[in-house]
Design a protein around this ligand. Structure first.
Ligand SMILES: CC(C)(COP(=O)(O)OP(=O)(O)OC[C@H]1O[C@@H](n2cnc3c(N)ncnc32)[C@H](O)[C@@H]1OP(=O)(O)O)[C@@H](O)C(=O)NCCC(=O)NCCS
Length: 181
């Protein structure tokens, strides 16, 4: 029987040199499979790698947190928690760049990634999460299932990976705060 155990590990700025290549491979695979996550086709591995390398400053400063999901030695998923930086947004953060490799979907990997992200957000006092996702995409139903509240739709929000425009659906989730004992 094959081992499908998944490990969720944080990615630090120091890890990026080692991990940005597999993260780039994951990003290109997801965009090629039609994911609307900020990029259009064609997306080269080099461009995808530059995107991840560009996260180093935010990781170092702590304004972003990235996790990778590993199945054996394969990087099969990732998610980013981006903390709001405004003075009045100390309780808020955005969920971005959630993606799971097309070959390993429906195994609960996104659920594990989001659980990890939400625990970290709570620990940091970020009790309001916001995000947007392609209207009618797989993730829309997933977020609703995982307790995110649908706010509404912005039409023609982004160019689709394969041309045309896609609408986006905005969601939020309130997290219960962690109280010190
Ligand atoms: C959306 C995505 C991250 C889901 O990843 P995943 O690992 O397959 O999701 P999970 O297996 O953890 O599923 C969690 C829940 O989401 C829902 N879900 C996930 N995929 C679904 C699908 N294809 N159809 C219906 N529901 C689905 C289910 O409720 C599922 O729970 P269940 O399996 O207990 O019923 C993945 O499909 C993906 O990477 N898509 C492209 C990128 C993208 O759209 N990212 C979101 C950007 S905001």
């Amino acid at each position: 029987m094959s081992d499908t155990t998944v490990r969720i590990e944080p990615v630090s700025d120091r890890d990026l040199n080692r991990v940005q290549r597999p993260l780039a491979g994951l990003l290109t695979s997801c965009v090629e499979a039609g994911a609307g996550i900020g990029f259009v086709l064609p997306l080269s591995l080099a461009k995808a790698e530059r995107f991840w390398a560009g996260q180093a400053g935010a990781l170092e400063s702590g304004s972003s947190h990235v996790w990778a999901a590993w199945q054996k030695e394969a990087l099969v998923g990732t998610v980013t928690l981006a903390l709001a930086r405004q003075d009045n947004g100390g309780h808020r953060a955005e969920v971005t760049k959630l993606m799971v490799h097309p070959g390993t979907r429906r195994q609960g990997i996104a659920r594990l990634l989001l659980n990890t992200l939400e625990n970290k957000a709570r620990a940091l006092g970020r009790t309001l999460l916001v995000l947007d996702t392609v209207t009618g995409g797989t993730a829309e139903g997933m977020y609703a299932r995982l307790g995110y509240r649908r706010v509404g739709v912005i039409p023609d929000f982004a160019a689709g990976a394969n041309g045309g425009f896609e609408s986006t659906t905005v969601f939020y989730k309130r997290l219960s705060p962690v109280f010190a004992a």
